[in-house]
Design a binder for this molecule. Structure first.
Ligand code: DUC
Ligand code: ZN
Ligand code: ZN
Ligand code: ZN
Length: 470
C-alpha cells in the first residue's frame, strides 16, 4: 500500500507530547506514525518545523445578519480562506435564529451559503433567540440528534437576549439531550442603564462602548449563567471571558463541583479599552463585546491560560469593515457608539498571536498551545478524536509551522473580507506555512493550492470533555 503523503523530519506536538516523527497519510487519514515510512506518492520535508494538528476555531461569525443595513465582512469563502491561512482546518460558525424563524429555516440559509464555498471543514452552533415551545420541545432536540450538538444564548442585546426563565428552559433541552449550552454573559439591563446615563451626558464616542459594559456587568452575568446551569444541572460554556473577576467566578463554580468550560480570545490579551479612544472614530475598529479591558485584566487572562482555567482559545472572529456605510462607520454608528456593530476580525491571527506571545515568550508550552487551539476545541464540541490531534485514525488535518518566521501583522497580507486588522503592526514570531486538510495540501509554503469546496460540513457528536469530567 503506497501512502498518499508523508510528512517527514518535523517536530510533532499533541496536547500531551512533543516528539520527532514522520506522519503517513492515506485516503485523508493518518495511518502511520514512525520513521522511515513509505513509499509515498509525495513527501513533505518538515525539518526544522513544528507539525501540529490543524487549528480548530470554535467561535467564528460568518455571514450573520447584524441589523439594519449592516453586513458582515466575511462570507464562507473569505472567512474559511482567512482561517486556513491562519493555520486552521476546522471552524465552527454560528447559525443565528432570527425572531419568528425556525432553527431549520435558519440552518437551510447558512448551509446554502456554505455549500461548495469552504476552504476548511465547518460545523455550526445554533443561536437560540426565539425559544418557543415548538423550538424547545421538538425542533432543538431533533437538531441535536442530527449533529448540531451545541447552542448559544445571549444575556445581552435587545431582540437577542433571553430572560432567565428562557435560559432555564433552553438549558433544560441540553439536560435532556446532552447538548452543550454556550452563554454570552453580560447584564443587558445594567448596560442599558449605563448607556442612558452616557447619552444624557452627551458621551457617544466609541470609548463609551467600554464604560457602558463594565467588568461588573460581565461578572454578574457569568455568575448568574453558572447558577442557572447549576439549577438545571447541566454543564455550561462561558464564552469570551475578558477579566479576572469573571475568571474568579468560574474557579469558584468549579470548586463547587460545577462543570464549566471557559474560553478567552486574543482581544483580551492584546487590546485594552484605551484602543477605543483612537483618533476620531478609529476606536470603532476595536468595538467588541465584552470590550477590551486594561493591562491588569490582560494579565488575569494570561494567568487563566497558563494555570488551566481556560479550556479554549478562540478568535470570536466577527468581521465588519471599518470605512464602510455597511460596517463600523454606518451612518448611525458614525454618530453614536451604540450603533457601531459589535465584533472584530481575527480568525487568521489567533494562532500566530498565541504562538508568539504565549509559546515563544514562554508563558505556555507547545502542548498547552495545541490543547487550547485544537484538541480541547475538538473534545468540547464533539469532534474528537477524529479531529484535534495527530494520532492514527484521525483526519489528516495538519498545520506545518515555521517557528522562527518573523512577520508583522498587516491587514494587506491577510485574507479576510474586512479592511483592517485590530493587530496592525504587531510583530510576531512563528507562522503556519503549509496547511493540510484531510490529507490534501491546501496551502503550500504560503501559497494557496487548495480550492473552495475542499472543506466540508461535519456533523458532530456530544462533547467528550464533559463526559470525561464525569
Ligand atoms: N458576541 C460574540 O460572541 N461575538 C461578537 C459579538 C458578541 O456580542
Ligand atoms: Zn524520520
Ligand atoms: Zn457573544
Ligand atoms: Zn462571538
Amino acid at each position: 500500500m503506497d501512502l498518499d503523503l508523508v510528512i517527514s523530519g518535523g517536530t510533532v506536538a499533541t496536547a500531551s507530547d512533543v516528539f520527532s516523527c514522520d506522519i503517513g497519510i492515506k485516503d485523508g487519514i493518518i495511518v502511520q506514525l514512525g520513521h522511515d515510512l513509505g513509499p509515498a506518492k509525495e513527501t513533505i520535508d518538515a525539518t526544522g518545523h513544528y507539525v501540529l494538528p490543524g487549528g480548530i476555531d470554535s467561535h467564528v461569525h460568518i455571514a450573520q445578519p447584524s441589523g439594519e443595513g449592516i453586513v458582515m465582512a466575511d462570507g464562507f469563502e473569505s472567512g474559511t480562506r482567512s482561517a486556513l491561512f491562519g493555520g486552521n482546518t476546522t471552524i465552527l460558525p454560528f447559525c443565528l435564529q432570527e425572531k419568528g424563524q425556525s432553527l431549520r429555516e435558519a440552518l437551510t440559509g447558512y448551509h446554502a451559503l456554505a455549500e461548495g464555498n469552504c476552504y476548511t471543514d465547518i460545523s455550526f452552533h445554533l443561536i437560540v433567540s426565539d425559544p418557543t415551545a415548538a423550538v424547545l420541545g421538538q425542533e432543538l432536540p431533533a437538531l441535536v440528534a442530527d449533529g448540531y450538538t451545541s447552542f448559544k444564548v445571549f444575556m445581552t442585546y435587545e431582540g437577542l437576549r433571553l430572560n432567565d426563565a428562557e435560559i432555564l428552559a433552553t438549558m433544560d433541552v441540553a439536560r435532556r439531550t446532552g447538548a452543550l449550552v454556550m452563554v454570552h454573559c453580560e447584564n443587558e439591563d445594567a448596560i442599558a442603564y449605563l448607556i442612558g446615563r452616557h447619552e444624557a451626558e452627551g458621551e457617544v464616542r466609541p470609548r463609551a462602548h467600554a464604560t457602558t459594559r463594565p467588568v461588573a456587568a460581565e461578572r454578574e452575568a457569568t455568575h448568574r449563567a453558572m447558577s442557572l446551569a447549576e439549577i438545571v444541572d447541566v454543564p455550561v460554556v462561558i464564552v469570551h471571558v475578558s477579566n479576572g473577576a469573571a475568571i474568579e467566578e468560574i474557579r469558584r463554580a468549579r470548586a463547587r463541583g460545577r462543570k464549566v468550560v471557559s474560553e478567552t480570545c486574543p482581544q483580551y490579551l492584546m487590546l485594552t479599552a484605551a484602543d477605543l479612544e483612537g483618533m476620531d472614530w478609529e476606536g470603532a475598529k476595536f468595538v467588541c463585546s465584552p470590550p477590551p479591558r486594561d493591562e491588569t485584566e490582560q494579565e488575569a487572562c494570561w494567568n487563566g491560560l497558563e494555570e488551566g482555567t481556560f479550556d479554549l482559545f478562540s478568535s470570536d472572529h466577527c468581521p465588519f469593515r471599518y470605512d464602510d456605510p455597511e460596517g463600523k462607520l454606518n451612518p448611525k454608528g458614525a454618530a453614536n457608539f451604540r450603533h457601531i456593530p459589535n465584533g472584530i476580525p481575527g480568525v487568521e491571527t489567533r494562532l500566530p498571536i498565541l504562538f508568539s506571545e504565549g509559546v515563544v515568550k514562554g508563558r505556555i508550552d507547545l502542548s498547552r498551545f495545541v490543547a487550547l487551539t485544537a484538541t480541547n476545541q475538538a473534545k468540547v464540541y464533539g469532534l474528537y478524536p477524529q479531529k484535534g490531534t495527530i494520532a492514527i485514525g484521525a483526519d489528516a488535518d495538519i498545520a506545518i509551522w515555521d517557528p522562527t518566521a518573523q512577520r508583522t501583522i498587516r491587514h494587506a497580507e491577510l485574507h479576510d473580507g474586512a479592511d483592517y486588522s485590530p493587530y496592525e503592526g504587531l510583530a510576531v514570531t512563528g507562522w503556519p506555512t503549509t496547511v493540510i486538510l484531510g490529507g490534501k495540501v491546501m496551502i503550500r509554503e504560503g501559497a494557496l493550492v487548495g480550492a473552495k469546496g475542499d472543506g466540508a460540513y461535519r456533523s458532530r457528536g456530544l462533547s467528550s470533555l464533559i463526559a470525561a469530567r464525569g
